[in-house]
Design a protein around this ligand. Structure first.
Ligand code: CTP
Ligand code: CA
Length: 226
C-alpha cells in the first residue's frame, strides 16, 4: 500500500478549490444567484484527491456531494462567506483554483422582513462583491494560482487581462459559443492560457476530462520545479 501511495503525484500538496454559485440575499426569502451547478469544481476536487492531494473544496449552494471522502468540503452561501473561507485556507495551501461563479454584485441592503409587493415599480440597489481570486493573487507567495474566465467577446484578450489583473499562473478560458459547453452541461470547451501567454485550445471535452487536464497542468508544474 505504501508503494502505491508514494506514486500518487499530488501527495503532500494542499489544494484549495472554489465551486458553485453564490447566493446574495435580498430579503429573508429571496436571493440573487446564477445557474452554476458546481460540477467543474467538484470534478477538479475529486481528480486531485484521487491523485493524493489534500483538498479543501469551498462550495456555494449545490446538490453535489464529493465522490472522494477525503475532501474537506466547506459549504458557504454568499460571496463574502466564500471570501472569508478562502482566506482561512489560502496561506497554507500550495495550489488554489477558483472555479466558482461568484456573484459580481449584491444588494446594498438586505431587508430584514420579506419585501411586500406594491402597485409601483421596485428596484434594488446593488454594490460590488469582493473579488476573491484577485485578493488571493494580491497576497500570493508560493501558491500556484488558477482562475477561470467566462467570456462572450474578445475572449483571449479579456482572459489575458484577467491573468495580469489577478496575478494568475494559469487561466482556464470557458467558451460559451460552442453548443454543449457551459452552465448545466456536462461538457466544456476551454482554452488554457498561462502567465507567459502560451495559448492552448482544447477540444470539446467532458468536465471530468477538463478537470483531469487542469490537474495534469499542476502536476507538470511541480515536475518542472524539481
Ligand atoms: N472570481 C472571484 N470572485 C469574484 C468574481 C470572480 O473569485 N467576486 C473569480 C472566478 O471564480 C473566476 C475568475 O474570478 O475564476 C473570473 O471570473 P469572471 O466572472 O470570468 O470574471 P470577473 O473578474 O468577475 O469579470 P467579468 O465578470 O466582468 O468578466
Ligand atoms: Ca464575474
Amino acid at each position: 500500500k505504501k508503494d502505491i501511495e508514494s506514486k500518487l503525484p499530488l501527495r503532500g500538496k494542499k489544494i484549495l478549490i472554489t465551486a458553485g454559485p453564490t447566493y446574495e440575499a435580498i430579503d429573508p426569502v429571496r436571493f440573487i444567484g446564477n445557474h452554476s451547478s458546481g460540477k467543474m469544481g467538484f470534478d477538479i476536487a475529486n481528480c486531485a484527491a484521487n491523485l493524493g492531494a489534500e483538498v479543501t473544496l469551498i462550495s456555494g449552494p449545490t446538490h453535489l456531494k464529493p465522490a472522494n471522502s477525503s475532501i474537506n468540503l466547506v459549504r458557504v452561501v454568499s460571496a463574502q462567506d466564500m471570501f472569508d473561507a478562502c482566506h482561512q485556507y489560502y496561506e497554507t495551501c500550495n495550489v488554489a483554483i477558483c472555479a466558482a461563479a461568484v456573484a459580481d454584485y449584491k444588494p446594498k441592503q438586505v431587508a430584514e422582513q420579506k419585501i411586500k409587493k406594491s402597485e409601483v415599480e421596485f428596484s434594488i440597489e446593488l454594490e460590488k462583491t469582493k473579488d476573491i481570486l484577485a485578493s488571493l493573487g494580491k497576497i500570493k507567495k508560493n501558491q500556484y494560482l488558477i482562475g477561470f474566465a467566462l467570456e462572450t467577446e474578445n475572449e483571449i484578450e479579456n482572459a489575458k487581462l484577467k491573468i495580469q489583473k489577478k496575478n494568475l499562473d494559469l487561466i482556464v478560458l470557458n467558451s460559451l459559443r460552442d453548443e454543449g459547453a457551459g452552465f448545466g452541461k456536462s461538457t466544456n470547451k476551454v482554452t488554457f492560457i498561462s502567465n507567459d501567454f502560451a495559448i492552448e485550445p482544447q477540444a470539446l471535452k467532458s468536465k471530468e476530462e477538463v478537470a483531469n487536464d487542469i490537474v495534469n497542468k499542476i502536476i507538470s508544474y511541480y515536475e518542472k520545479d524539481i
